[in-house]
Design a protein around this ligand. Structure first.
Ligand SMILES: [Ca+2]
Ligand SMILES: [Ca+2]
Ligand SMILES: [Ca+2]
Ligand SMILES: [Zn+2]
Length: 461
């Protein structure tokens, strides 16, 4: 069964002769029945592809004593450890399910109840009305007993109320796995209800039915998820598997199952090595925001219209969201939305039904001085007989600039460079800052009568 759902030679299955189909062979499982190494348990060790797995089945105490070897649920649970360890992080990496939040026990239980469910006699609502337990035989219970997990697997939240919240206090690893299997079981029935079809023979992977679709998604998800996954990694891998295998046909059925148990789009797993740092979230909203503006560039004192296009994803309505945009200080609000002049926030209430889009526009004006600071006009009327402090006069000879009242553009004084006897480099350097605006400023000199040509250099700071 597992081969037909994707646990093939290339995927790293346990097989003596791979018949040239890729992967590494000579690694059939060594199964130890009635192993004396322990009681009331079982285990499976998974070296990397090419080395045999080892399953150890123990006897269970009770009267009469039970043998785990004849509880097909226990055998399949253990074998699934081999599958999940091989698939996660690829067949060559064997240590990818050792982190605290990993879901290995959940896949074990899931394969167990998937393979032992009486699908031929199941109806579309059995997920809610017929809870499933595991470990009943070895624990001396009948088929309708409670099994060995905290809750039976059931889509009815009052029968099995587990959510991602419980992971922070659940037993490691089995309690965490129970939450994971609870979600996968919900997901399976969601897909069954979407398709309206149950594959009566789950061993026939090619027959139609929501149950076999779900099992393929779970198998493919294990291949896609990263080494040391947490719940959000596992969810995203199954959603990715759905894109690959079914072009996203079951996206909402998957997402709604995860969201109802707290692994929604607003959930965060934190570290996959911590079981207590996650943020639980129940949302199925997958919103997208695209911001555009009506011009690619704009001048000062002109307007720009910004448009936010919000799209609600296919699985959930956006209800009572608030879209906000804080205006920078170099624009002035003009129109659109609701503007708070104190916080400078433009806001829009957002309510959009799933799969639809809505536009939210607002207009601002670009303030003067945004691109170029205001121009400081620089003017020196030369008011007295000394050179103003804003200037520094230098000369290579004894002849230098002076403030003189013989001739002036605007009386009484003007700066004057006397007629030197020898070649002289005389400079008036300003130490004042002169801002260069959008249009470079003109620097004007009123010139007097020069008997010689002087070279005047204006050096900008
Ligand atoms: Ca192999
Ligand atoms: Ca692996
Ligand atoms: Ca975590
Ligand atoms: Zn286990």
């Amino acid at each position: 069964m597992t081969y037909n759902y994707g646990f093939t030679e290339v995927a790293g299955n346990f097989q003596s002769n791979n018949l040239g189909r890729g992967g590494l062979g000579n690694d059939a499982v060594n199964a130890d029945a009635q192993d004396g190494g322990g009681t009331n348990n079982a285990n499976f060790s998974t070296p990397s592809d090419g080395s045999s797995g080892r399953m150890q089945m123990y006897l269970w105490s009770g009267s009469p004593q039970k043998d785990g070897d004849v509880d097909n649920g226990v055998v399949l649970h253990e074998y699934t450890h081999g599958i999940s360890n091989r698939l996660t992080g690829g067949p060559a990496l064997s240590g990818c399910l050792q982190n605290t939040e990993q879901m290995g026990e959940g896949w074990g239980d899931y394969f167990c109840i998937m393979a032992t469910q009486d699908w031929a006699n199941s109806t579309l609502n059995d997920g809610a009305t017929k809870p499933r337990a595991i470990g009943n035989y070895v624990s001396g219970q009948g088929v309708n007993g409670g099994g060995i997990r905290q809750y039976k697997y059931c889509t009815n939240m009052s029968t099995n109320p587990l959510t991602y919240t419980n992971v922070s206090t659940a037993a490691i690893p089995h309690g965490i796995g129970t939450v994971w299997c609870t979600i996968l079981w919900d997901m399976t029935w969601n897909i069954i209800q979407q398709t309206g079809v149950i594959n009566p023979n789950i061993f026939d992977a090619n027959a139609p039915g929501g149950n076999s679709i779900a099992l393929k998604l779970v198998m493919e998800g294990m291949k896609l998820q990263p080494c040391s996954p947490g719940f959000v990694d596992g969810r995203d891998a199954i959603l990715a598997a759905d894109q690959i295998l079914y072009n996203g046909a079951y996206h909402c059925a998957i997402l709604q199952a995860f969201a109802r148990r707290g692994v929604g789009t607003d959930a965060s797993q934190g570290s996959s090595d911590s079981r207590s740092d996650q943020i639980v979230g129940f949302s199925t909203v997958e919103s997208k925001l695209l911001i555009t503006q009506n011009v690619t560039q704009q001048e000062e004192n002109a307007e720009v219209v910004y448009t936010n296009k919000v799209t609600a994803g296919p699985c959930g309505n956006i209800v009572n969201y608030l879209l906000t945009d804080t205006l920078p200080s170099n624009v002035t609000y003009v129109s659109g939305g609701t503007y708070n002049s104190v916080s400078r926030v433009v806001s829009f209430p957002v309510n959009i039904t799933s799969g639809n889009s809505q536009l939210y526009s607002f207009t601002v004006r670009i303030n003067n001085g945004t691109y170029f600071p205001p121009v400081n006009l620089f003017e020196d009327n030369v008011p007295n007989s000394s050179i103003s402090s804003g200037w520094q006069a230098t000369s290579t000879t004894s002849t230098n600039w002076v403030s003189d009242n013989a001739t002036s553009y605007s009386p009484p004084y003007a700066y004057f460079a006397g007629n030197p006897d020898v070649t002289s480099d005389e400079r008036l350097l300003t130490t004042a800052d002169i801002a260069l605006g959008a249009t470079p400023p003109n620097l004007s000199f009123g010139t007097g009568l020069f008997r010689k040509v002087l070279t005047m250099a204006v050096l900008w700071k």
